[in-house]
Design a protein around this ligand. Structure first.
Ligand code: HAM
Length: 438
């Protein structure tokens, strides 16, 4: 029965498309991805952050604890392993990070500055900026309760954007605080606990719909007229509104303090936006997201993050203040493409060794080994075909240097080194190649 099924599958024509919401990454796209990852990694290290990793799978309960309904129920990829455990493919890093910190809490020196670039899965409707498989840079600082960690991470963000040569007018960092919502709910709207999640969702939707629809959305939540008005005002608050409640709201006080430091540091692409609330349950204070504001092609956040001072409690561990963000590759590569900020694809190979005669192949391998040891990425022609075809291959792959070795050259113990851009040719011994190639 089993073997019959296998035979049956053999006859089915397999699909060449990847699974819905995932992409195959061919070398040119890999080049772009690596450019972004190298930038993230270099800047993170320059700030003293250390790289870590965690398994791709976790017990599903880890996400049910504090990641929020949307992620834990609708978007989680889960399966039962052979031992009957419910396993999830990680949809985000923060719970895993909290787990590995909680496991070694006593040994790790505070503050902990950690970063990771990893792959994640969410069962989402694929659309621009949203895939089922994606990467994130996670950068987090744990053990600092002061807003100096916010400042440091914001400095990191700006440093990455500068290294990516992003024009200042095309991006905006939007910041608010979860504590401000507490003030809104308890001091202004005076609503019960059960109504809060729906209102938080409405606030989150505000920038995505027009004013009229927003009003209708609020009306559907059975709010009183004055509450609707208060909410319509709240989502448009600016720093002036925060001044007025500075002494009564922890959120207002913290945000004002943060903005005054940012001003002194001349960091300007940052805006207070009360409608930034973030979808994940574990956030406690500052929350932030970054948007492309240079046009309307990329409406989704490039990254999102915030403070999560209580997450270690799910491991029955003492609280540990924490702040960090998850920066997506999909949204960021879309952004970089939109503004033509990706460097042109350059292949790795520096030099291509042609093959004039089958007999010369061993010589080719020897020369290639010598050149690779000298740090020159070298490709070898493995089959004897017409020289013009070999040169055509090198040309198409934009390999800048070609080595030609015919009978004449071999007699002189030399090779011809051809610059593919200028067509200039040099007759020289192999040992002199490294100094000729930049
Ligand atoms: P998040 O807002 O769920 O936060 O995701 C952060 C970023 O990951 C998004 O802004 C987006 O760039 C990218 N992203 C999320 N889902 C997708 C998707 N389906 N397709 C493509 N890109 C996606 C978190 O994950 C938090 N754990 C971040 C964090 C770290 N907070 C503190 N530390």
């Amino acid at each position: 029965m089993g073997s019959k099924n296998i035979n049956k599958n053999k006859d089915i024509k397999q699909n060449t498309s990847p699974y819905k919401g995932t992409t195959d990454t061919y070398p040119e796209d890999m080049f772009a991805r690596n450019y972004l990852f190298n930038t993230w990694r270099t800047v993170a290290k320059s700030f003293g952050y250390e790289e870590y990793d965690t398994p791709l799978v976790e017990e599903a309960s880890l996400y049910k604890a504090k990641s929020g309904e949307e992620l834990a129920k609708k978007q989680l990829y889960t399966f039962l392993d052979k031992g009957g455990r419910e396993i999830a493919i990680r949809p985000e890093m923060t719970p895993s990070l909290a787990r590995i910190i909680a496991a070694k809490r006593k040994e790790l020196k505070l503050p902990i500055r950690f970063f990771n670039i990893g792959r994640f899965y969410r069962y989402e409707k694929p659309q621009r900026g949203r895939m089922r498989e994606f990467f994130q840079l996670n950068i987090d600082i744990l053990g600092v309760g002061e807003n100096t960690s916010e400042i440091e991470i914001i400095q990191f963000i700006i440093a990455v954007m500068q290294k990516l040569k992003a024009p200042k007018e095309t991006y905006e960092l939007r910041i608010s605080s979860r504590y401000l919502l507490d003030y809104l709910y308890d001091e202004i709207l005076k609503i019960s606990e059960d109504k809060k999640p729906a209102i938080t969702k409405a606030i989150d939707i505000f920038p995505k719909i027009d004013r009229e629809n927003f009003k209708e959305y609020l009306e559907d939540l059975n709010l009183k007229e004055d509450q609707i008005k208060q909410l319509e005002e709240f989502v448009q608050w600016d720093l002036g509104n925060l001044e007025a409640i500075r002494d009564d709201s922890k959120g207002a006080m913290e945000l004002l303090n943060l903005f005054s430091i940012l001003e002194k540091l001349e960091i300007t692409n940052v805006k207070f936006c009360p409608y930034i609330v973030r979808g994940l349950d574990y956030y406690t204070g500052t929350v932030l997201e970054m948007f492309d504001v240079g046009g309307d092609k990329n409406p989704r956040a490039l990254f999102g993050g915030g403070r999560y001072d209580n997450l270690l409690e799910i491991f029955r561990e003492e609280k540990l203040p924490a702040f960090g963000l998850g920066w997506g590759d999909v949204t960021t590569l879309d952004y970089l493409k939109t503004y033509n900020l990706l460097p042109p694809y350059t292949p790795n190979t520096k030099l291509f060794i042609t093959l004039m005669d089958k007999e010369y192949i061993e010589e080719s391998f020897k020369i290639a080994s010598f050149l690779r040891e000298k740090g020159i990425n070298t490709e070898v022609q493995l089959e004897k075909i017409k020289l013009s075809k070999q040169l055509d291959y090198a040309n198409k792959k934009s390999i800048p240097w070609v080595l030609i070795m015919g009978e004449e050259e071999r007699e002189k113990n030399k090779v011809l080194l051809k610059n593919m851009k200028t067509s200039e040719q040099l007759l020289l011994p192999v040992t002199e190649i490294p100094e000729k190639i930049d």
